[in-house]
Design a protein around this ligand. Structure first.
Ligand SMILES: *Cc1c(COP(=O)(O)O)cnc(C)c1O
Length: 368
């Protein structure tokens, strides 16, 4: 493979290309509708997505970051309250907590799933603690039975960050239907992604759903009055129309990701790398392997024509803005130094899988 002909790590445009006829039709129909914000496409998507996740309510919002902040607001979390979350996640999870003026309390992860460690959650609880935000990282579920038990015992709300887990489950339940609230991102590279920003909140709590519906639209209530000031965080009709086209294909798409996760597990040389767990409940938003000599390993792959990613390069305590909120995070620190995300997008693997795994095995051989 020539160096200027690299295999990409992620290519959402390949996915959009597959559905370009349906998408063009959907976009034209929105253009002709004379209704561009919170119209029929959003209503239709909210109905289909709540049916898919199996919750009573779904509220479309502008992003997962907003969805997390709006959920905290709707659950009554305020200045001085503490919210426990994980040391390995997108900065957005922490940003959302800080937006509400609450205090993030960041704890370490499990070695197995890289998700929040329930024992560390238990240790971090005090009388200011009001909520837990478990993040289903890379498409793998957190230990939801333990987390829900801890929450119940301590009267805490649970907000699942499902930004990387559309369609994943903690058997038999879909993620996003287990906590009090589930929050999803439709950023273009997610398992369900649109062509801009988008997000949604799922819940069975009628009152919380009602509050978020008003808070996403400045705080305006049905009678036109604003009692609690909100924000502008609406899902627009163009993005919702696109999500209506893609949602029916999500399960098949996730199955293709699982198929390639199994192939990687079967075919990669495991001498020097550690592979993620194999599970039919996971949706492999990423396929993160662990390598000791990570940077050199990635450079070698790139020189052989293969691009990879890192999720995440910094654990939360390694960000200047967040350091002060963190408990010691030895497991997350170590992971952030060793993680390499291999391409897992089916459209890329359909074309390049043979080249990708043989390149990786070749590089592993030179590292021995
Ligand atoms: C992508 C992501 C977010 C942020 O989603 P936006 O829609 O970009 O706000 C939050 N949490 C996690 C775990 C994510 O992967």
């Amino acid at each position: 493979m020539a160096i200027n002909n690299l295999i990409p790590f992620s290519s959402p445009e390949l996915r959009f290309d597959q559905f370009k006829n349906e998408l063009s039709e959907a976009f034209q129909s929105v253009a002709a509708s004379n209704n561009y914000i919170l119209g029929n496409e959003v209503k239709e998507f909210e109905a289909s997505f709540s049916k898919y996740i199996k919750t009573n309510y779904c509220i479309g919002v502008n992003s997962a970051t907003d969805g997390l902040a709006l959920s905290l607001m709707a659950l009554g979390i305020k200045s001085g309250d503490e919210v426990i979350t994980t040391g390995l996640t997108a900065p957005a999870t922490i940003t959302a907590i800080l937006q509400t003026d609450a205090k993030p309390v960041v704890v370490d992860i499990l070695e197995t799933t890289l998700c929040i460690n329930p024992d560390q959650v238990k240790k971090a609880i005090n009388n200011k603690t009001k909520a837990i935000i478990p993040v289903h990282l890379h498409g793998f579920s957190c230990e939801m039975d333990e987390i829900m038990a801890i929450a119940q015992e301590n009267n805490l709300s649970v907000i699942e960050d499902c930004s990387q887990a559309h369609g994943a489950s903690f058997n038999p339940k879909k993620l996003g239907s287990i906590g009090h609230v589930g929050v999803f991102s439709f950023y273009p590279t997610k398992n369900l992604g649109c062509m801009g920003d988008g997000g949604a909140v799922t819940t069975n709590d009628e009152e919380v759903a009602h509050k978020i519906r008003s808070l996403r639209n400045y705080g305006i209530q049905e009678n036109g009055e604003v009692i609690h000031s909100g924000m502008n965080s609406r899902l627009d009709e163009v993005q919702a129309a696109m999500l209506n086209v893609l949602l029916p294909h999500l399960d098949a798409y996730n199955h293709r990701r699982q198929h390639y996760a199994r192939l990687y597990t079967e075919l990669l040389n495991k001498d020097l790398i550690k592979l993620p767990i194999l599970s039919d409940d996971a949706v492999y938003h990423q396929f993160p392997i662990r390598v000791k000599n990570r940077d050199l390993f990635r450079e070698s792959l790139e020189s052989q024509g293969l691009l990879t990613g890192i999720h995440y390069q910094k654990s939360i305590d390694q960000h200047t803005a967040f350091k002060q909120y963190c408990k010691p995070l030895p497991v997350a620190n170590k992971a952030s130094n060793e993680l390499v995300s291999l391409p897992i997008q089916p459209e890329i693997l359909d074309e390049h899988f043979g080249d990708i795994y043989s390149t990786i095995n070749k590089v592993i051989d030179t590292f021995k």
